[in-house]
Structure formats: structure tokens, C-alpha cells
Design a protein around this ligand. Structure first.
Ligand SMILES: Cc1cc2nc3c(=O)[nH]c(=O)nc-3n(C[C@H](O)[C@H](O)[C@H](O)COP(=O)(O)OP(=O)(O)OC[C@H]3O[C@@H](n4cnc5c(N)ncnc54)[C@H](O)[C@@H]3O)c2cc1C
Length: 310
């Protein structure tokens, strides 16, 4: 393999693959380091009903296969490994995977983020069967139903607000006796007549066999165990961006998301970021794809300017 590339894209979710489509059509012959979990988060889900162009909806893995095929059509090449480390002080940038050392003049980082889960076996078993970590993605399937949201921060309250417009009842389960979310969000959810709170409680078990039927709760003050019936459970205790391999190399924010300015630009010229790895707010396939497109344009412009100036 040609070891010095013009452009390496790390990650093969909607952001990385869309960047690859644009960069390959722009003749940059990008190499995508797809990661061990090639295809990204949508490989973990079934129905995707909000990606434009699929009026009947599409299964997450099929959508990702199609986007990958589109990138391959224009000559994107792939390595199916994780990046272990990068050296962004070197020019060209050095990227180490499990078995390769690669070099690139420009870099797009699109390594996404992973939802934090409670870590219960029963939760894993019922993921996609009533247990979700994304209200905007899955809320529609719970119209007129009773759901609970676990969490007390901003993200959780945004999920509650969204679900309260669709669901019959939304129960907030929080391990403390007050919310962490900013006060405007707290007031918003507390003003909703179909939102209830269960304070000082943790989820001990998600109940159900083929689909969720409820949860077993433990009161953190009294230790008392109780059960509630539910049609859905949304876990909203935060996300972890996949940036461990960047520590000490690139500026990250307090929650380890890549800091960008001007849409995709990091502090290091030639290094761009796109998708959930740099976006705490929107976290959707289409917004990640849009950011991937922008990063490809920005990388192309950077390479063009670098060529003119040498
Ligand atoms: C269960 C579920 C359902 C969802 N449903 C919807 C939906 O219906 N509609 C919607 O719009 N959005 C949905 N989302 C959100 C959507 O999946 C994300 O917003 C989107 O996938 C983000 O794209 P991304 O490319 O930024 O990152 P990801 O999709 O997270 O892709 C990241 C990529 O980076 C790779 N990677 C990570 N670390 C490394 C490394 N060290 N080296 C190399 N590669 C690495 C991963 O293997 C992966 O290929 C859902 C998410 C989940 C979890």
C-alpha cells in the first residue's frame, strides 16, 4: 500500500463515509480506516425512518452498506482496523493502526461517540426491544405509550421534552433528589402535565423477555425495591466520544469531544473533524453525513492551498 496518502479518514459511520464520497469524487483517493466496528452506530439499529431518500424507512446496516458502496464506486480504499495512536506533530501526519503505520497530508477524524449504558445484562438483552439511547431516533415507535427516561442532565431533559410530545406518559428516573440539567430545561419538563419524576432511584433490572415490560427500581435512600410497568426505556446518561487515541495530540473539550471552529477545523491545520465525535448537540446520521461533506471540502481546500504555497 502507498504509505503517504493525501487524505486519510478515520471512521466509517455516516460522517466518514460521506467525507469519502466527496473526497474520492474530488480525486483525493482517500483511505478510510474503517475501525473494527465498521459502519458505526447505525449497525446497531433496525428501522431508520428519518434519513432522507427512503420514504419507507431503511434498516441501519443496509443504509450503511449502501453508503459504503457509493464511496467504493469512486475508488475509496478501506482498512478494517482501529487506529491506536496518531502523531499530529509530524508532517505528514503519522497514523498507527494495529498492523500498519500510515502517513497522510490531511486527516479527517470521524470516529463517532458511543452512548453510555447502565451496564445491566437485562438492558443489553432488550436493546432495540424497547430499550433505546436515542429519543429522536426511536421515540416515534412509542407514540401514545408509557416510557421512562433514566438521567438528570441536559441530554436527558431534552429527551424527556421530545418524548412528552409523543408519549402518553414520561417518567424520569433519577438517582438523586434533584436534576443536574440547566434550569430552563428543568422548568420546561416540569411544566409538562404528562411528565412524572421518580427520585433517588436506580434501575436494577429491565424486565421482559422478547420486549420490555417494565423496570425494577431500587431507592438509593431506603434500599426499597419496587417495579413499574413500561412500554419503553430511554437511557440518557451521556455519550463517550471515541477520542482516546487523540489524547495529548488534539484539543478536546471537558467531555473529550474534539473542539472545532468554522464547522470542521481543529486547532491543527490539515486535521478536520466531523460527526458525533465533534457534535454533542445533533447526533443524527444526516447531520453527521453533512459534516462529513463539509470536512471533505475543507480538506480539499487545505491540500490545494498547501500545494500552491510549496
Ligand atoms: C441504537 C441507535 C439508533 C440510532 N438511530 C438513528 C436514527 O434512526 N436516525 C439517525 O439519524 N440517527 C440515529 N442514530 C444516531 C446515529 O447513528 C449517529 O448520529 C451517527 O451514526 C453518527 O455518525 P458518525 O459517522 O459521526 O459516527 P459513528 O456512526 O459512531 O461511526 C464512527 C466510526 O468510527 C469508527 N471508529 C471509532 N474509533 C475508531 C478508531 N480508534 N479507529 C478507527 N475507527 C474508529 C467506528 O468503528 C465507526 O466506524 C442512532 C444511534 C444509535 C446508537
Amino acid at each position: 500500500m502507498d504509505k503517504v496518502k493525501k487524505l486519510i479518514i478515520i471512521g466509517s459511520g455516516p460522517a466518514g463515509l460521506t467525507a469519502a464520497i466527496y473526497a474520492s469524487r474530488g480525486s483525493l483517493s482517500p483511505l478510510v480506516i474503517a475501525g473494527r466496528e465498521a459502519g458505526g452506530q447505525l449497525m446497531l439499529t433496525t428501522d431508520v425512518d428519518d434519513f432522507p431518500g427512503f420514504p419507507e424507512g431503511i434498516q441501519g446496516p443496509e443504509l450503511m452498506q449502501r453508503i459504503r458502496k457509493q464511496a467504493e464506486r469512486f475508488n475509496t480504499r478501506f482498512v478494517s482496523e482501529d487506529v491506536i495512536s496518531v502523531d499530529l506533530k509530524k508532517r505528514p501526519f503519522e497514523i498507527k493502526t494495529e498492523t500498519h503505520i500510515l502517513f497522510s497530508e490531511a486527516l479527517i477524524i470521524a470516529t463517532g461517540a458511543s452512548a453510555r449504558w447502565l451496564g445491566l445484562e437485562s438492558e443489553t438483552k432488550l436493546r432495540g426491544k424497547g430499550v433505546s439511547a436515542c429519543a429522536v431516533c426511536d421515540g416515534f415507535f412509542f407514540r401514545g405509550k408509557v416510557v421512562a427516561v433514566v438521567g438528570g442532565g441536559d441530554t436527558a431533559m431534552r429527551e424527556v421534552s421530545y418524548l412528552s410530545k409523543l408519549c402518553k406518559k414520561v417518567i424520569v428516573i433519577h438517582r438523586k433528589d434533584k436534576l443536574r440539567a440547566q434550569s430552563a430545561l428543568q422548568e420546561l419538563v416540569k411544566s409538562k402535565s404528562n411528565v412524572e419524576f421518580i427520585w433517588n432511584s436506580t434501575v436494577e433490572e429491565v424486565l421482559g423477555q422478547e420486549k420490555i415490560t417494565g423496570v425494577k427500581l431500587k431507592n438509593t435512600q431506603t434500599g426499597k425495591i419496587s417495579q413499574i410497568l413500561l412500554d419503553g426505556l430511554f437511557v440518557a446518561i451521556g455519550h463517550k466520544p471515541n477520542t482516546d487515541f487523540l489524547k495529548g495530540q488534539l484539543e478536546l473539550d471537558a467531555e473529550d469531544y474534539i473542539k472545532v471552529s468554522d464547522e470542521t477545523k481543529t486547532k491543527i491545520p490539515g486535521v478536520f473533524a466531523a460527526g458525533d465525535v465533534a457534535d454533542q448537540r445533533y447526533r443524527q446520521a444526516v447531520s453527521a453525513a453533512g459534516a462529513g461533506c463539509k470536512a471533505a471540502f475543507d480538506a480539499e481546500e487545505y491540500l490545494e492551498n498547501a500545494r500552491v504555497n510549496t
